[in-house]
Design a protein around this ligand. Sequence first.
Ligand code: ZN
Length: 109
Amino acid sequence: MDNTHGTICPSCHAAASALANFCSQCGKKLKERQLSTSVAKQIIIYLVSFFLAPLGLGYAFKYIKQRDPKTRMIGIVSLALTVIAIVLMIWLTKTFTNSLYGSFNTVGF
Ligand SMILES: [Zn+2]
């Protein structure tokens, strides 16, 4: 098999150059850009997901959409961390508010 001549578009079955990123006939994306699954990248994604909660969702959805199970797993973990961070933030806010009201009550009593 000689692959250098090109690929076949999965959408319209037109022959496309192996170097082309998009099909010249229908414009479909031919090459899926592989997302990085390196440990360093994972750490960055997890940190962003947890400490900058809503910003991590961008990564999470981008990774979940991939076909590769390892890449998808990173997205799922990132999404879980985002949810945990948000729940934790709500809980901390509630605890803080409660203790604030609690001390007010004690003073008032
Ligand atoms: Zn095509």
